[in-house]
Design a protein around this ligand. Structure first.
Ligand code: DQA
Length: 148
């Protein structure tokens, strides 16, 4: 059974009330419960973690090596700023699916740049909370296709 980490970054704890016109009204707790349920259907154990702190996210990525097979990462605004997060992902060598609720490419120019993208397996954005399920599916398909 695959073990997957769903890691959410800054301000995503406020989902449900945070700029609902952009991010919708689904809460992070609801998204996380859906991720666990989707994981069960996919045959994967899903653990969820959220932090507003860059270093905590980096620690979680380091700790995932040896405990998880892959990560779904919504790094929030750190996506657009954090070389340290990019280095952490590159350092652990785990497959990471980059996830955003909104379509970052259709928003302000500063959101078009992602430091996660160059070290990610791929990116899913613009599908709201449904994107998490899509990301988990993509990650499991990738892991299943991996040579033993
Ligand atoms: C986000 C997009 C980021 O640009 C923003 O800073 C977020 C959320 C998203 O899920 O759409 O905090 O990652």
């Amino acid at each position: 059974m695959f073990s997957l980490l769903v890691l959410n970054g800054p301000n995503l704890n406020l989902l449900g009330t945070r700029q609902p016109e952009i991010y919708g009204t689904t809460t992070l707790a609801e998204i996380e419960a859906d991720c666990v349920a989707r994981g069960e259907r996919l045959g994967a154990r899903v653990t969820c973690l959220q932090s507003n702190h860059e270093g905590t996210l980096i620690d979680a990525i380091h700790a995932a090596r040896g405990t998880h097979d892959g990560i779904v990462l919504n790094a929030g605004a750190y996506t657009h700023t954090s070389v340290a997060l990019m280095d952490a992902i590159a350092s652990v060598g785990l497959p990471v699916v980059e996830l955003h609720l909104s379509n970052i490419h259709a928003r302000e120019p500063f959101r078009h740049r992602s430091y996660v993208a160059p070290v990610a397996l791929g990116q899913i954005c613009g599908f709201g909370p449904r994107g998490y399920g899509l990301a988990l599916e993509a990650l499991v398909a990738h892991l299943e296709a991996r040579p033993a």
